[in-house]
Design a protein. Structure first.
Length: 94
């Protein structure tokens, strides 16, 4: 799938993240997120992979009938293990 600006925004919103929180998660500034979501520029492959895996995780999470918003899971991972825990969760096989 080729991701476009509206896809990046959809993924961020489905994750319950503000532009600022997404920027923090990816280690970029808010202008980068804005540019990606508005098709001004494209994210580097590393960040694109994070978006792709987050999109997959959201779909799996919803299909499993989870009631809690996924951003609560992200917050718990961040508190428990920091960004490394979130990246592990995003990239581990399901």
């Amino acid at each position: 799938m080729v991701y476009k600006g509206e896809d990046f925004q959809r993924i961020r919103l489905n994750a319950g993240l503000s532009i600022g929180k997404m920027a923090d998660l990816l280690g970029v500034n808010q202008k980068s997120i804005y540019n990606w979501e508005n098709n001004i520029s494209s994210p580097p492959n590393l960040h694109l992979n994070v978006y792709q895996n987050l999109d997959k995780k959201i779909k799996i999470y919803k299909s499993e009938g989870n009631k809690e918003p996924i951003n609560e899971t992200l917050k718990q991972l961040l508190v428990a293990g920091g960004i490394t825990a979130i990246l592990w969760w995003l990239f581990k096989d399901k």
